[in-house]
Design a protein around this ligand. Structure first.
Ligand code: FEO
Length: 165
């Protein structure tokens, strides 16, 4: 049985993950409006993955006998100045999520909740990968600078991303 403290923290995290999904879908819409279909594809897949993260918490809470409580999802930002700004905000957001996951690990440790500690390890590893992937794209955008050809090539590369990558 999950403790009240872990249950509340996990329910809060479901909201964080659903907000992440909503934010990345908004970024996808922004790129669609700029006819940058590859970037839009990358963020659309990112949005689906965040929904999957929320569902992992949803399923775990149910498995350990807790009650999932959904809350309002805040409206995301809808406009950015550039692709670089979008990716910088994505990295900042992922760092925030990493800090949240680490807080959850701390709470599970305090509560001596070994099942939750084990469950959270997947997210600890996932966050390392998420931050590295976004940082890598920021480096690429820095290299590209104002070069439209470079941006076109990156758009093509991101358009090839399929679910699960
Ligand atoms: Fe669910 Fe991108 O962290």
């Amino acid at each position: 049985m999950i403790s009240e403290k872990v249950l509340k923290a996990f329910n809060d995290q479901i909201n964080e993950e659903l907000y992440s999904s909503y934010l990345y879908l908004s970024m996808s819409a922004y790129f669609e409006s700029k006819n940058m279909r590859g970037f839009a594809n990358w963020f659309r897949i990112q949005s689906v993955e965040e929904n999957m993260h929320a569902m992992k918490f949803f399923d775990f809470v149910n498995q350990v006998g807790g009650k999932v409580t959904l809350k309002q999802i805040n409206a995301p930002k809808i406009n950015w100045k550039s692709a670089m700004e979008v990716f910088k905000e994505t990295l900042a957001h992922e760092k925030h999520i990493t800090a949240q996951i680490h807080k959850l690990v701390g709470i599970a440790n305090q509560e001596k909740d070994y099942a939750s500690q084990s469950f959270l390890q997947w997210f600890v590893n996932e966050q390392v990968e998420e931050e590295a992937n976004v940082q890598d794209l920021i480096y690429k955008l820095e290299m590209i600078g104002d070069n439209k050809g470079g941006l076109y090539m990156l758009d093509r590369e991101l358009g090839a991303r399929a679910t699960g990558q």
